[in-house]
Ligand binder design. Structure first.
Ligand code: ASP
Length: 309
């Protein structure tokens, strides 16, 4: 078994001028997660590190770079799950913190609960000494421009629903065969205030179980919730399907049953992995055996060595 980290930077459509940045971002994140595994860290440490990197990268819809809600504000969702214990922590509608994924991990590690929301999540952050940051520091020019564009009376509702997404997520298997997942997002563009997406919901935005594997999802949250996509894929793996086949089955079901598009990264405890999507594109990267794999378009699979020549 070879330890592995797989990350995604969101399902949807990446505008040409942003593709390079998004690719660089997922590759940097997967390298960071892989370095954690190589240093003897757990799969949980690796996915939190990889997702933290992408939250700090303004190219993605998570942390700094999050899309804005209808009021022009940032409300973020995140989840982590540990496949060894089935321990999970998540936050929804949290504001003014740089790294919701780290707060989700604190919910798992320091409380007896699984999910904290809105002001309660922020109060918990304060009690843990997590610094608050001005909301403005999480808002990029690009996010504000898209928000304004989508407020216009002639805005295309498809762009609102399935626009240029950039939710981030990671799955990993460590040398002990423990799996973990993490997902973080600013949600859907111009969402209603208080809208909770799939990301912080256990079984939808992610799931991890050492008996089957781990999944992190992205795509149309309302569709993902209706089919509990992460859990559905792991159900298929429990029935003997490979990570790739199970991911495709879950995504195909979501498309046919509720008309939803999305993408996933998936691992099994033996280190087999998949990055699959039904959306136009999904930026993804994986690291295993010192090889970095990445892609953006359907069927695209590029590789390079992680060790510098
Ligand atoms: N699933 C996220 C949400 O609905 C959006 C995304 O993945 O792009 O909040």
């Amino acid at each position: 078994m070879y330890p592995v980290v797989v990350v995604h930077g969101g399902a949807g459509h990446v505008p040409k001028e942003r593709a390079e940045l998004a690719t660089a971002g997922v590759c940097a994140a997967v390298r960071a997660g892989y370095a954690v595994l190589q240093g003897g860290g757990s799969s949980m440490d690796a996915v939190v590190e990889a997702v933290t990197q992408m939250e700090n990268n303004p190219s993605f819809n998570a942390g700094c770079g999050s899309v804005l809600n209808i009021k022009g504000e940032v409300e973020m969702d995140a989840i982590v799950m540990d496949g060894k214990t089935l321990g999970s922590g998540s936050v929804s509608c949290v504001r003014d913190i740089a790294n919701p994924v780290q707060l989700a991990r604190l919910v798992m590690d320091k409380t007896s609960h699984v999910c904290l929301t809105a002001e309660g999540a922020n109060q918990f952050a304060r009690s843990m000494g997590v610094p608050e940051v001005p909301m403005e520091s999480l808002i990029t020019e690009y996010a504000r421009m898209r928000w304004r564009k989508n407020l216009a009376p002639d805005a295309n509702p498809v762009e609102c629903q399935m626009g240029k997404m950039g939710t981030v997520g990671a799955v990993a298997v460590d040398s002990e065969g423990n799996v973990a997942c993490a997902t973080s997002t600013g949600g859907m563009l111009n969402k209603m205030e208080g809208r909770v997406g799939d990301t912080p919901l256990i079984g939808s935005g992610g799931y991890a179980d050492n008996q089957t594997g781990a999944v992190s999802t992205t795509g149309h949250g309302e569709a993902i919730m209706k089919v509990t996509l992460a859990r559905l894929i792991l159900f298929h793996m429990g029935q003997g399907q490979t990570a790739e086949a199970a991911s495709d089955l879950g995504l195909a079901y979501m498309k046919s049953r509720v008309g939803g598009q999305g993408g996933v990264v998936t691992v099994d405890p033996q280190g087999h992995w998949a990055a699959r999507f039904s959306s136009q594109q999904m930026c993804w990267a994986a690291a295993q055996r010192d090889i970095l794999h990445h892609g953006l378009n359907s069927g695209e699979h590029l590789t390079q060595s992680i060790v510098p020549p």
